[in-house]
Design a binder for this molecule. Sequence first.
Ligand code: FES
Length: 296
Amino acid sequence: MAGGSTLQSDERIPENEDAISAQAQEITEKVRATGDGLISVLEEIQLRYGYLPEKALRTVAETAGKSLVDVYGVATFYRSFSLEPRGKHLVCACVGTACHVRGAPMVVEEFERQLGIPRGETTADKEFTLETANCLGACALGPIVVIDGRYFSKVGKSRVRQLLDDALAGFGEIDVRKDPRVFPVEVSCPCCNHSLMDESAGIDGHPSIRVTVSFDRKHGSLRLSSLYGSYNILAEPDIPEGTVVGFFCPHCHATLSGFGECPTCRAPMVAMIVRGGGMVQVCSRRGCKNHMLDLV
Ligand code: FES
């Protein structure tokens, strides 16, 4: 980061091309044995190195029996893949039209100033890469910034420093991409059984769960991550920490009432039906991380 962080070596990157090739071959064989395709192979490799080294892509093509053109075609088609080394923390600021008119250019300039790099670059200490995108699918909540897979809505210049500090501190949360305790669920309303999944706005790379909320005489929309174990949300309007929120089905408007109180903070629990059988309950207090999953 600008301001004098020291250069650190990236432990994920092996020392030589032979090591890269051996690891890429191992990953390719392991992933393909599970029946997953090329995208999953490349995701694993990017998780390992933080980007897709050329040597790894060549090995993937050889091991998978695909042409190098095909492998590069996939690697360059998806924005989530990078052919260049990235920083440990990826900051992606939306500069699409809706975010632009809400001040996204000033937010991006503040990230550039704080990090000491222009967009598209990585800091010398390899901590941060700053990128921009044209729409991140949550236009009504802009300006949107995604850092390490976490969505932040209505970001202004004054939040930039805190967001960078929080990213360096790891957001105090688990890594939703790697932690086996984190897995996707599909849920529906316990009253009308209508699906609450929203494909149009993803969080953590999965469709979000959309409900309507009410608190302090305000009403709005809340999207929760559908990864059980992730606490990432997008709320409109912003919900202050500690607020107890009423949760409602956006289809039949029934209260999503759970059973009893949160064992930690005594707020009411919120219940949703899990597809395939069972129920998930989450605490209705903003910031409380209590949740329970009963599968049948
Ligand atoms: S324009 Fe920024 S999220 Fe759509």
